[in-house]
Design a protein around this ligand. Structure first.
Ligand SMILES: [Zn+2]
Length: 119
């Protein structure tokens, strides 16, 4: 599939070539085209969509039940969260890291996850 960012894109206001760059938002790297004269920014449509999807998921609260299995407790992680994670990692590592983050808070990290970088 052809990527618009591989094309020559002119600033619609100045009519001069835009330059490839990137911005970081919430840990996301979004590719942009930037006009060197007026600083107008065009976001990569694919990156922008992923970022928008992320914000929607991030705003949601998931309530899941703790279940006792043997001497451990299990929680079910909603599929949407795993699906989202999978878009950035080709393979899902079945090991995750847990930390007691503070009173009333446990954090979970996917192991082997490279820092999010698309290109
Ligand atoms: Zn411009």
């Amino acid at each position: 599939m052809q990527d618009i960012f591989d094309q020559r894109v002119l600033c619609s206001d100045c009519g001069i070539d835009t330059r490839k760059n990137y911005v970081i938002k919430d840990g996301f790297e979004l590719r942009i085209l930037e006009c060197p004269r007026c600083s107008k920014v065009i976001y990569h449509p694919g990156d922008l969509k992923e970022y928008e999807d992320f914000k929607v998921l991030k705003a949601r609260d998931f309530n899941v039940k703790l279940r006792m299995v043997g001497n451990s407790f299990c929680v079910s992680i909603p599929k949407e969260l795993i699906d989202f994670h999978r878009e950035f990692e080709r393979e899902l590592n079945d090991l995750v890291k847990l930390n007691l983050d503070g009173p009333g808070k446990i954090s979970m990290f996917f192991i082997g996850g490279k820092v999010y970088k698309k290109h």
